[in-house]
Design a protein around this ligand. Structure first.
Ligand SMILES: C[S@@+](CC[C@H](N)C(=O)[O-])C[C@H]1O[C@@H](n2cnc3c(N)ncnc32)[C@H](O)[C@@H]1O
Length: 202
């Protein structure tokens, strides 16, 4: 089974409990958007790759009231949860169901592309996704990422693997390789059970 098909299957059930449970460990989601607002001036078009249940789309719509915002996700079940949340911002905020396996921009590119806890789930393929992202960014475009970074606890890394998450420090390395960092930060969660990271780059 492909990683995309396996993730879609995983979220068939998890979509229903996602918003109730993920606040306890997907840290920094609001913070990365507020940071992005300091670095990206009046973005006209914003893309969130792996927008899930739409929490960030609503916040992006409030932070950037003039921007056109597209949320892309491969999971129909996650987008079904997002749809009612973004309704009051439609058509400025819209959704697209597909895997991010090719560029999305037709003509005008994106001034900001957000990855919030999606890159750590794209295994294999995160490097290709970052290359696609570069193609989708406008000349002044920036990428903003918040995600799991690493854990020194092997049992925890294994458990996260069961939940499709790879946390081996690989994302930050790939980001630094492709983008010039404007902001880069690693924080600890629950003591030092794991670390999560923020990256904004051009
Ligand atoms: C942990 S959730 C994060 C959702 C949201 N960004 C948030 O911060 O709450 C990861 C999401 O990425 C989506 N995803 C994973 N791989 C993807 C891919 N290759 N293309 C599009 N979406 C993907 C999943 O379906 C899931 O909804």
């Amino acid at each position: 089974m492909s990683n995309d098909a396996s993730l879609a299957g995983y979220y068939r059930w998890h979509a229903r409990i996602y918003d109730l449970t993920r606040w306890a460990f997907l840290f920094g989601r609001g913070r990365i958007l507020r940071h992005a607002a300091r670095h990206v001036v009046m973005p006209e078009r914003i893309l969130e790759v792996g927008c899930g249940t739409g929490k960030n789309l609503v916040e992006l719509a409030e932070i950037f009231p003039k921007a056109q915002i597209l949320g892309l996700d491969l999971s129909k079940d996650m987008l079904d949860q997002a749809r009612p949340k973004i309704r009051r911002h439609a058509p400025r905020v819209s959704l697209m169901q597909r895997a991010y396996d090719a560029p999305v921009a037709i003509g005008r590119k994106f001034d900001l592309i957000v990855f919030s806890y999606s890159l750590s789930m794209i295994n294999p393929g995160y490097e290709k996704v970052l290359d696609i992202c570069r193609e989708d960014l406008s000349a002044r475009g920036m990428v903003a990422v918040v995600d799991f970074h690493e854990s020194r606890q092997a049992w925890f890394r294994r458990w996260m693997g069961v939940n499709h998450v790879r946390m081996e420090g690989h994302i930050l390395e790939s980001l630094r390789h492709r983008f010039t960092a404007a902001h880069c930060e690693v924080r600890h969660a629950y003591g030092d059970l794991w670390r999560y990271m923020f990256f904004i780059g051009q």
